[in-house]
Design a binder for this molecule. Structure first.
Ligand code: ATP
Ligand code: MG
Length: 241
């Protein structure tokens, strides 16, 4: 059973040309999904279309059988779909703890909010250790950890991450993928866009190849990794002699 279905979506910016031209993804509950594709393929645009930042011109985005078309980003968030953009969108001059609080600013029960922040600090000791530090002064990996942990305050069903490993050292990249698996083990469904296609697919259950705004292939991540044409075109593998 799908949790979220993206089917033949056509979308673009304002009155501009269509950037997505038949994008489809089958999102299954509790799994990690990785979207790969070349620069400019429309990967970030697809996440923006799902979360309500772009108008969907045709096609369907259905969450638990209900259309998300026409909903604003705050309404999509309220349904349980959280988006972490590439820029991470932290408040650099606020402390780590304050950033976590901002993740739950819409919660009216502030005691519950503090309890959830405490739980997250237990989960991610680095955030507890750094709770009074300004977010902008932390390392890239720590900031990414904070961005991801912050989504968990609202107990989302789906978390979408745009290029979570961008600009991070290889050792830290592995830590970020480990956190993604921890979130999935917690029952959160994950949709990531990854420039680092090999690592992204190895961490994922499901792979999606997007090019020219269109889904060319989707299936189990191991099938994407094993497909010789996809390897050659999108994973930087050499053609067999
Ligand atoms: N705000 C915007 N306004 C107009 N066009 C945009 C905007 N953002 C992106 N585009 C265009 O949409 C196309 C797809 O961009 P998108 O950022 O979705 O690609 P991507 O697959 O995420 O690429 P990358 O790997 O570089 O992040 C590009 O041609 C880009 O110029
Ligand atoms: Mg992008």
């Amino acid at each position: 059973m799908s949790l979220l279905t993206v089917k033949n979506v056509v979308a673009g910016y304002g009155d501009g040309p269509a950037i997505l031209n038949g994008a489809s993804v089958d999102v299954q509950p509790g799994k990690v999904h990785c979207i790969i594709g070349p620069n400019g393929a429309g990967k970030s645009t697809l996440l923006k279309a799902i979360c309500g930042m772009l108008k969907i011109r045709s096609g369907e985005v259905t969450f638990k059988g209900e259309s998300l078309k026409g909903l604003r980003p705050d309404q999509v968030l309220r349904k349980g779909i959280c988006f972490v953009p590439q820029e991470r969108a932290l408040f650099p001059k606020m402390t780590v703890r304050e950033n976590l609080r901002m993740g739950g600013f819409s919660m009216t029960d502030k005691r519950l909010l503090e309890k959830r922040i405490d739980e997250i600090e237990e989960r991610f000791p680095i955030l507890k250790e750094r709770r009074d530090q300004h977010a902008g002064t932390m390392s890239g990996g720590q900031q990414q950890t904070l961005s991801m942990a912050r989504t968990m305050i609202l107990r989302p069903e789906i978390v979408m991450l745009d290029e979570p490993s961008l600009g991070l050292a290889p050792k830290i990249v592995q830590e970020i993928f480990d956190i993604i698996r921890v979130m999935a083990a917690d029952g959160i469904t994950i949709l990531i866009v990854e420039q680092n296609a090999l690592m992204g697919l190895r961490c994922a259950d499901w792979g999606v190849v997007l090019d020219l705004g269109r889904t060319l292939f989707e299936g189990p991540a191991e099938e994407v990794l094993a497909d010789p044409r996809i390897r050659e075109a999108y994973l930087g593998a050499k053609k067999a002699a």
